[in-house]
Design a protein around this ligand. Structure first.
Ligand code: SF4
Length: 284
């Protein structure tokens, strides 16, 4: 569930820039909506415009690179037969993670030097060690790893890649999402599970079976948080995705996605300078 692009390959199509007036986009509307892009849209429609319509690349950060690095190692580990998923085998995937994730563009974006590389390798080793204290992967029955799920839900064409879908001993399905950052702030509790709850709707639509549980594994912190999946929540998430998709289509036809700046929305947004240049009052 982690995607980033590189500034090094950025070429901006200026004909599509919005300066607060309506424009006709030269790019097509994306054919599907992923949970993370939906979250962009719900945070700030203009961010969705920049990321998903104009496709202006967002540079990699150290945190995003580390996230992809750990996801790569876990993905390879779970491609092995259950009895082969040992900590030694997990460590063996680190060199291929360097090859696969730390491309020249990513290294340029994050200004990688030897010290940063050592830090990344050290933190990855800590994540692997911590993960093996959290669960024993040889006893996990996985129905899918990096599972690509696409389905139309309430008229919205949803698509996403799920970290892992487990079959528990009682026969039910659990959505597993790895998190390499810090534990969530309680204030944002309803948002913490939002993406995974939409994945539950996708699973139900695509596989005909609703997962019963979501487990977010904070592999850098050694803690998991879980929530049961209910029909009410799945319906509510599907409904809000469908409503967002309707708005996305309207804003696209209107040629403008409103900016909704706020401290929380803008803090981690890579489009701050672009927004300011376009007259948006982005908080400092
Ligand atoms: S900087 Fe703020 S207002 Fe601009 S796109 Fe990002 S979130 Fe929206």
């Amino acid at each position: 569930m982690h995607h980033f692009y590189s500034l090094a390959t950025w070429s901006l199509d200026v004909t599509a820039l919005s300066y607060g007036e309506s424009v006709t986009f030269t790019q097509e509307l994306p054919r599907s909506l992923s949970p993370s892009r939906l979250s962009d849209f719900q945070t700030c429609p203009r961010r969705y415009q920049y990321a998903s319509i104009e496709r202006i690349p967002q540079p990699a950060s150290y945190a995003s690179a580390k996230g992809r690095f750990a996801h790569y190692v876990f993905e390879q580990l779970f491609k092995l037969r259950a009895d082969e998923r040992t900590i030694e085998r997990a460590r063996e995937f680190v060199p291929s993670a360097v090859e696969a994730i730390l491309t020249d563009d990513v290294r340029t974006d994050i200004a990688m030097d030897d010290a940063m590389m050592n830090r990344l390798l050290q933190e990855t080793e800590e994540i692997i060690t911590t993960y093996f204290q959290m669960e024993d992967p040889t006893s996990v029955t996985s129905e899918g790893v990096e599972l690509r799920l696409g389905a139309t839900v309430d008229g919205a064409p949803l698509f996403g890649i799920l970290d892992r879908l487990d079959r528990d001993v009682d026969g039910s399905l659990t959505i597993v999402d790895y998190k390499t950052g810090g534990l969530p702030n309680r204030k944002y509790d309803s948002q913490t599970f939002a993406n995974a709850e939409l994945y539950a709707a996708l699973c139900e639509a695509k596989l005909g079976e609703q997962p019963t549980k979501i487990r977010l594994m904070y592999v850098a912190k050694g803690e998991s948080i879980e929530r049961n999946v209910t029909d009410v929540v799945v319906k509510a998430r599907s409904h809000s995705a469908a409503s967002a998709w309707g708005k996305i289509n309207r804003f696209y036809d209107d040629g403008d996605f409103p900016a909704t700046p706020s401290v929380n929305a803008c803090r981690f947004c890579s489009y701050k300078d672009l927004c300011r240049a376009n007259g948006v009052a982005v908080p400092v």
